[in-house]
Design a protein around this ligand. Structure first.
Ligand SMILES: Nc1nc2c(ncn2[C@@H]2O[C@H](COP(=O)(O)OP(=O)(O)OP(=O)(O)O)[C@@H](O)[C@H]2O)c(=O)[nH]1
Length: 216
């Protein structure tokens, strides 16, 4: 999908609006893991099977979400997973505050390539960038190649939060973006009376698990 849109702002600035802060989030992962579909599900609440051609280059969607009663502005960049666009997308890593790194639970090589993605991230992104690992297509249980536990283990090894998502059913999609927004809001300016926020604990307490097949 060729994205260059600014059409998702919902409402204008209010007194509780973090208007000076724009949090930049980048979606990464192999071609076909569902980055565009995940973003469209989050932005528009819909999934259209097989509807997107491979993303060419990079593009963004702006979205305002409400976190703890405060509106937070997100700029979500969808990148092409194809190798030939890699050098283009590297240039965007540097000023990202968060990266959502996806694999496809039905595609083993997309999971095996996560380590290579993390190496690239460490090379090109800021040291304190928030990273979240997502195992997408959790609705396709019959073709599952990667156990949920394997995703958990890899995430634990790298100290990042993890959940399985489905851009098709919407499972955990909003949670993934809201957990990131919460963390970024917290980092941007913690209020005096605000308790500290631990994104991994938050994700563990909130995430839904697919109803079957985690024993595979
Ligand atoms: N069943 C199912 N299919 C999905 C899901 N997410 C994406 N798909 C399908 O997987 C295919 C690839 O999805 P895209 O969203 O285009 O993947 P992408 O990661 O953006 O791909 P690139 O743009 O090439 O990097 C499409 O046919 C989608 O309909 C999901 O959660 N469940």
């Amino acid at each position: 999908m060729d994205l260059q849109r600014l059409d998702s702002y919902q409402g204008g600035a209010g007194p509780d609006f973090h208007e000076h802060v724009l949090h930049k989030i980048i979606l990464l992962g192999d071609s076909g893991v569902g980055k565009t579909s995940l973003l469209v599900q989050f932005d528009q609440g819909k999934f259209i099977a097989g509807s997107f051609s491979a993303t060419l280059g990079i593009g963004f969607t702006n979205k305002v979400v409400t976190v703890d009663g405060m509106r937070v502005k997100l700029q979500i960049w969808d990148t092409a997973g194809q190798e030939r666009f890699r050098s283009v997308t590297h240039a965007y890593y540097r000023d990202a505050q968060a990266l959502l790194l996806l694999y496809d639970i039905t595609n083993k090589s997309s999971f095996d390539n996560i380590r290579a993605w993390l190496t690239e991230i460490h090379e090109y992104a800021q040291r304190d960038v928030v990273i979240m690992l997502l195992g997408n297509k959790a609705d396709v249980s019959s073709e599952r190649m990667i156990r949920s536990e394997d995703g958990e283990m890899l995430a634990r090894e790298y100290g990042v939060p993890f959940m399985e998502t489905s851009a098709k059913t919407g499972m955990n999609v909003e949670l993934a973006f809201l957990a990131i927004a919460k963390e970024l809001k917290y980092r941007a300016g913690r209020q005096a009376d605000e308790p500290s926020f631990q994104i991994r604990d938050y994700v563990e307490s909130q995430k839904k698990r697919p109803s079957c097949c985690s024993f595979l």
